[in-house]
Design a protein around this ligand. Structure first.
Ligand code: NDP
Length: 325
């Protein structure tokens, strides 16, 4: 079977993404051949492409997709040809019309979760699940800051935090994004390009600050996060959309009020088969009952992935973005 897939031989801007047609061999033992119907765009794709997260080159690109099982390798008995599935990780290569993938990396989809919903929401939903419930263990009544609150993960964080009873203070770059964050449930929204985030957070919390600050923006918001977090509160620095946070002097955590700092990744919280299954089920349940509503803000043909990267990095997107093979 001939497949079309993205690859890059050197790191750099979106222009390094190339396309090739290649013969896909039959799936190996423990693998299935998955035909992708919808591919998820994630910020991590840009880190792989740019070299911020180094990968061996040449490399495929993309970690998330939904689709259909088309062939089974030896020893696969939990899935059948025709099953609808979704995946994130473990290897790069989701920007493709089809690929072989370990059956253990797949989540079966039920009829009420369509492919676009799965590709737009699985990785970001699972990220939200582990951040809120298992990393920061947010409690009802807490004040929580969500940076980039109108982004893919951001909109889900806002909704999940409201679901657990937190008060949410979002930050965004534009009025349009502020409206989206408010519609998702944010109690307050700060325009971080023009307003002083920490000052606003302190004013909104009677000087206390937020119990938790979820920071996927990184370099540009690091100081605001430090100054917005309450004594003995937590900064969960889970991403680097504006660049990585480097060279932290631990003493700053004492100076700012005995803060907890974590730099968590999804793959450490979704390591074991049972925690993967439980986390994904939790996400699917909240999607099904409407507690979580997905915003698919952009759709691009798969071959226009470079343009999708440009728009994501230029802060032109809202909610989730999908690529269509
Ligand atoms: P988003 O849709 O949130 O896009 C990134 C947003 O960050 C932009 O829309 C923009 O919102 C904001 N931003 C602020 N400064 C910049 C900048 N200089 N350049 C670009 N964007 C900027 O992306 P995702 O939902 O895919 O991912 C959000 C974050 O979550 C990323 O950092 C990603 O790496 C991280 N992540 C981490 C995971 C983990 O396991 N640790 C798993 C999944 C995602 P605005 O215009 O409002 O400023």
């Amino acid at each position: 079977m001939i497949v079309k897939k993205a690859y890059f031989e050197q790191t750099g801007g979106p222009e390094v993404i190339q396309w090739a047609e290649a013969e896909l061999p039959p799936p190996g033992p423990g693998e299935v051949r998955m035909r992708n119907t919808v591919v998820g765009l994630n910020y991590i794709d840009t880190y792989h492409r740019s070299g911020l997260y180094p990968v061996p080159l040449p490399s495929g690109l993309g970690v998330e997709a939904a689709g259909v099982v088309e062939a089974l390798g030896d020893g696969v008995d939990a899935l059948q040809v025709g099953d609808r599935v979704a995946t994130f990780g473990p290897a790069l290569g989701a920007y493709a019309t089809a690929r072989n993938i370990p059956a253990s990396a797949l989540f079966a989809l039920t009829d009420d979760i369509d492919d676009a919903l799965a590709a737009a929401g699985l990785l970001k939903g699972c990220t939200t699940e582990f951040l809120v419930e298992r990393c920061a263990r947010v409690q009802p009544g807490w004040d929580v800051v969500v940076h980039a609150a109108a982004g893919g993960v951001g909109l889900l964080l806002v909704q999940w935090l409201k679901h657990v009873g937190a008060r949410v203070i979002g930050t965004v770059s534009t009025e349009e994004k502020a409206d989206l964050a408010r519609a998702a449930g944010a109690d307050h929204v700060i325009l971080y390009g023009t307003e002083d985030v920490a000052q606003q957070v302190r004013a909104l919390t009677d000087g206390k600050g937020a119990e938790v600050c979820f920071d996927g923006v990184g370099q540009a918001t690091w100081n605001a996060s430090l100054d917005s977090t309450a004594r003995r509160g937590m900064i969960a620095s889970y991403g680097n959309a504006s660049g990585a946070v480097n060279g932290i002097n631990l003493g700053i955590l004492a100076a700012k009020g005995s803060l907890f700092l974590t730099r968590p990744t999804l793959f450490d919280y979704y390591k074991q088969a049972d925690e993967r299954a439980a986390g994904a089920q939790r996400v699917f349940a909240l999607l099904r009952q409407g507690t979580l509503k997905m915003t698919v803000g952009q759709r691009y043909p798969l071959e226009e992935a470079a343009q999708a990267h440009r728009d994501l990095e230029a802060r032109q997107t809202t909610g989730s973005t999908v690529l269509l093979p």
